[in-house]
Design a protein around this ligand. Structure first.
Ligand code: AMP
Ligand code: MG
Length: 344
């Protein structure tokens, strides 16, 4: 199959992409978070081809992307008032809500669950594609399963050239990490994945938020969890990643003590001068956490190279968007963290 490359700036692109979606094909779509691998979310066969292209475990559900919030009533029931408030405040935007699913949503899309994840992306081209296709677009991140997510069309081409019908190039993704996921199907709202909408922003609206244990710790692969996607090895380059926490000076001293040729350092722009002889790669500025979220996956992809022995990574501290960056980096490191203040 030849993969068609469409540009979001081409006025004909949304109609061409929508036609492919309607015909059961696969289209990689740009969003503000990451590129998604999209198909008709109501068509079991189309959805099955997303799982096949990614090599994604069948129990890892997809997110249904809608063009406007009023559409969620077609796919969800028993919608709490808080869902409307969140949609009003944060849609279109990087927030996914998990709600009880209507029967119209195939079990393949929900990974067998009775709930479905819905989101309205902040990308005009992608919302136009959804609108024109007349169906919700089911999409996970467009990377091969387990690999760092795709934040440019080139990343998608690298993983899927010749295997999917089309890629819509909308430039680099602004947020750069996947959407925040909040589960609204229990008595208390639960954060399943941190992202561009922060826990603090959710708390302001909801007044309550449970942080799911899958956010903060490694989950056993046989565990029954709320967010099936969170238990799999994720975002990981080929070689081991270890996070080195602690002050700038202590971390640099630790890394210099342990660095051997073949290792790499993933750090903040401000730290580049400290690692001149340690093959450093900066993913953004520590002073601008949005640059870190926007740059993280491209950097992890660049480091996805079997010739690399090990990566020492620096991770931002604090809440807000930094919380999402910590989550992705910790998962990439399989929660392997060394405290440079104490470690020999
Ligand atoms: P991705 O954006 O590639 O990580 O894929 C979608 C994410 O949404 C996965 O982490 C899923 O576990 C999560 N997700 C989708 N549907 C549900 C659901 N019904 N309940 C909980 N998590 C979900
Ligand atoms: Mg993903």
């Amino acid at each position: 199959m030849k993969t068609l490359l469409l540009s979001a700036s081409d006025p004909a692109a949304p109609a061409i992409a929508a036609e492919i979606i309607r015909n059961g094909g696969l289209v990689a779509i740009p969003t503000e978070t990451v590129y998604g691998l999209g198909a008709n979310g109501l068509d079991e066969n189309a959805v099955a081809s997303i799982f096949a292209a990614k090599g994604r475990p069948q129990d890892n559900p997809l997110i249904l992307h809608v063009a406007q919030s009023s559409e969620i009533e077609k796919f969800c029931h028993s919608i709490p008032a808080s869902a409307y408030t969140l949609a009003e405040k944060f849609w279109p935007g990087p927030l996914t809500m998990v709600l009880p699913a209507r029967d119209i949503v195939p079990k393949r899309t929900t990974g067998g669950l009775n709930t479905v994840a819905v989101r309205c992306p902040d990308n005009d081209t992608t919302r136009a594609i959804i609108q024109l296709s007349g169906v919700p677009i089911a999409a996970p991140s467009a990377n091969l399963s387990g690999k760092p997510s795709t934040t440019t069309a080139a990343h998608v081409l690298h993983d899927h050239d010749g295997k999917i019908d089309a890629i819509v190039d909308g430039g680099p993704c602004r947020v750069g990490v996947e959407s925040t996921i909040v589960d609204l199907t229990d008595a208390r709202p639960r954060l399943l994945r941190p992202g561009g909408i922060t826990p603090e922003q959710l708390m302001e609206v909801l007044g309550d938020l449970v942080i799911d244990k899958a956010v903060t710790a490694q989950i056993d692969k046989d565990a029954v969890v709320k967010a099936p996607g969170m238990k799999y090895r994720h975002y990981a380059p080929a070689e081991p990643v270890v996070i080195v926490s602690g002050s700038r000076e202590k971390a640099a001293a630790y890394i210099h003590r342990h660095f051997v040729p073949g290792d790499r350092v993933l750090c903040f722009t401000e730290e580049l001068p400290l690692y001149r002889d340690c093959a450093p790669l900066a993913y953004g500025s520590e002073a601008d956490v949005n640059s870190l979220s926007a740059g993280l996956f491209a950097a992890l992809r660049e480091l996805d190279d079997p010739a690399i022995h090990q990566v020492y990574a620096r991770c931002p501290v604090g809440g807000g968007v930094a919380y999402a960056v910590q989550n992705r980096l910790k998962k990439a490191a399989a929660f392997h963290i060394v405290d440079a203040e104490e470690a020999p």
